[in-house]
Design a protein around this ligand. Structure first.
Ligand SMILES: [Zn+2]
Length: 197
């Protein structure tokens, strides 16, 4: 094994409270997109319906045995003036990241803030799952690839603006707009979905 990718010592849980992940509302504000983005707005009832539907999918966790209770509230935290709209899961560098559902790789995207990222569509192309700050992708992963729930698609890291000593997965779930553009979607709280699955 390459010494440069040896797993690091785990990070204490207290770091959750001060985590400086400033990736915020990334999809809805177009921070990751092509510059032609418009936020997709959904109302509260549509958001509740999305959470209920997503819960009924019984998604897998993107990190094996991730502590769902620790994700509570992360979605609503303000980061750099914008809502975080995601959850951060602290893990040692190079911990495997797994697809939460079957679907397709919509886009492998390298962004200034999110670093190495994966946008995954669900099988209905109604939802997009977003995995950011990866150390690396799974070998041969590519746009358009069909992936299965539980499949390892990448590895936890600090790419983008994650603090170098705080490897974590930044994960979000969003409802796609009508024409299923990977950069146009409205986030729902992953904690709510995972807590009810
Ligand atoms: Zn984050």
């Amino acid at each position: 094994m390459d010494a440069s990718i040896e797993p690091e010592v785990n990070v204490p849980n207290s770091v959750y409270a001060i985590l400086a992940c400033s990736v915020a509302a990334s999809i809805a504000t177009g921070a990751y997109g092509s510059g032609t983005n418009r936020p997709v707005i959904i109302n509260d009832s549509a958001r509740r319906a999305a959470v209920a539907e997503l819960s009924s999918k019984h998604l897998g966790l993107p990190i094996k045995n991730a502590d769902v209770a620790k994700m509570k509230g992360s979605f609503y935290e303000m980061r750099g003036g914008e809502m975080h709209a995601a959850v951060d899961i602290l893990q040692p560098r190079n911990t495997p990241v797994m697809a939460v559902e079957d679907g397709v790789v919509a886009k492998l995207f390298t962004s200034r803030f999110g670093g190495l990222t994966i946008y995954q569509f669900d099988p209905t192309k109604k939802y997009v799952y977003y995995y950011a700050h990866l150390q690396k992708y799974a070998e041969d992963l590519h746009d358009g690839q069909a992936i299965r729930k539980g499949q390892i698609i990448g590895f936890v890291g600090t790419s983008g603006n994650a603090p170098p000593n705080t490897p974590h997965l930044h994960f979000s779930i969003a409802v796609l707009g009508k024409d299923a553009k990977w950069w146009q979607a409205a986030e729902v709280d992953p904690y709510e979905v995972f807590a009810r699955r």
